[in-house]
Design a protein around this ligand. Structure first.
Ligand code: SF4
Length: 426
């Protein structure tokens, strides 16, 4: 094995993979001290398994050669960049070597499309198959599905991979046509549908035949690029809901577009999507999946975008003050979960705590309720609701002010600790 060439490929193909966030990635700066193959600072990311374990993954592309020319992608064929391609055996060897050195617990493998969707998918599957059957590798494998790959290959991929994902990339069909004219919407939908059907079929079979092997046991996910076209947050969340509902997605990931080229179809260079927009979309996604909200409660024609100043639950509550105040000692779990400042953990604590006593402010504080937000929406052990005269704007202003002073206090405390330590040193 030519170590220098492998190292060079690793640099190119790990860097190209960093734009894909659909494995909950975060960079690692683990260094190799032995001058060997492990200098993979930007090649290792983390993901969470179904049972909540955090695992490190080798995150790479098989190749960054691509026959397509998607305007938003650094790997597009018209982009003048250094190209590389791993051989199948090279990825297998890297995975096993890194695994043995304890650098990783699994593999995240994606690819540009070379020759055709099926040809690329066959090579991705060949890596996973070799790892499972020849190396007896039982670690986590996440394979990207190539849009347009055949049903037969999607079936085979699920026999070896824990998770499969096809990135929808652009949230609307019109946006996709504009920026990725080589791709067809059906090319994403077909593999997703196949994976969904096979997961259901295998689960049903397992109920009858216990020894049925697993098929993509960690399910499927997808990723949308945010801000490359002019979609509103409403469009994005409706699209995400469609994929959760119709394809049993485990996760939809939202990735802010990083301007990489001057192209009249795209936002200009330097106009990055604020990280806060991604955060607000993830918060909304969470409310839809775990808090019983529907998209039209949070986003509608009059409010097509999320408020960057406040979280989406608070945004909803301020527009629906008629639902409040909520009595903490009487409300059902569904309504408790709608109170700003109360998460699902606190909902469970409130419901079990109030079996034994009427809860008061002190109890709520101990349960971890964020009273700086919740106080405007609840009554607790009394019918008095001191905030009844405040309108939505006033409440929003007071909450924002309390958040600012909270951060100011933390900052001041840190400053005084810093001054104190300086004093001790001097
Ligand atoms: S097909 Fe995939 S890798 Fe190729 S240009 Fe489009 S997004 Fe990039």
């Amino acid at each position: 094995m030519d170590f220098n060439r492998i190292k060079e490929k690793l640099n190119i193909l790990a860097d190209a993979a960093k734009y894909d966030v659909s494995c909950s990635s975060s960079g690692s700066n683990r260094k190799n001290k032995n001058n060997g193959l492990g200098d993979t600072g930007n090649g290792i990311c983390h993901t969470y398994t179904e049972d909540g374990r955090c695992v490190s993954l080798l995150k790479i592309l098989l190749t960054n050669h691509c026959i397509f020319d998607c305007a938003y992608c650094v790997t597009r064929k018209s982009n003048d960049i250094k190209r590389a391609a791993f051989k199948i055996q090279e990825v297998v060897d890297l995975t096993i070597n890194f695994y043995r050195r304890n650098y990783i617990e699994g593999l995240f493998l994606s690819s540009g499309i070379f020759k055709s969707a099926d040809h690329t998918m066959e090579r991705l599957i060949a890596v996973a198959k070799k790892l499972r059957e020849e190396e007896n590798f039982n670690g986590y494998i996440h394979l990207k599905s190539i849009p347009g790959a055949s049903d037969e290959l999607m079936y085979e991929a699920g026999l070896y991979a824990d998770r499969l994902s096809v990135n929808i990339e652009i949230p609307t069909i019109s946006g996709l046509k504009l920026l990725a004219p080589d791709k067809k919407h059906e090319d994403f939908i077909k593999p997703m549908q196949k994976v969904k059907d096979e997961i259901i079929r295998y689960k049903e079979e397992k109920k009858i035949i216990k020894s049925t092997s697993k098929y993509a046991p960690a399910g499927q996910s997808t990723q949308m690029i945010i801000g490359a076209t002019g979609e509103s947050d409403k469009d994005i969340m409706y699209s995400a809901t469609h994929f959760y509902k119709n394809f049993n997605m485990k996760r939809v990931y939202y990735s802010g577009y990083v301007p990489i080229s001057s192209d009249s179809r795209l936002p200009s260079l330097g106009s990055e999507v604020p990280m806060l927009r991604e955060n607000r979309l993830y918060q909304t996604d969470w409310l839809l999946r775990f808090y019983g909200f529907s998209v039209n409660e949070i986003l509608d024609v009059n409010n097509p975008n999320l408020d960057m100043d406040i979280d989406p639950k608070l945004m909803w509550a301020l527009r629906n003050l008629n639902h409040f105040p909520i009595d903490i000692n009487k409300a059902d779990a569904r309504m408790l979960a709608r109170i700003p400042g109360i998460g699902m953990g606190s909902v469970h604590k409130i419901i079990s705590g109030r079996k034994y006593r009427n809860l008061n402010w002190e109890h709520l504080k101990k349960m971890g309720v964020a009273l700086n937000r919740a106080q405007y929406f609840i009554i607790c052990n009394s019918n008095d609701w001191e905030r009844r005269d405040l309108d939505a704007n006033k409440i929003k202003g007071m909450i924002l002010q309390s958040q600012q002073s909270k951060y100011k206090n933390i900052h001041n405390n840190q400053l005084s600790l810093f001054n104190l330590s300086n004093h001790l040193i001097n």
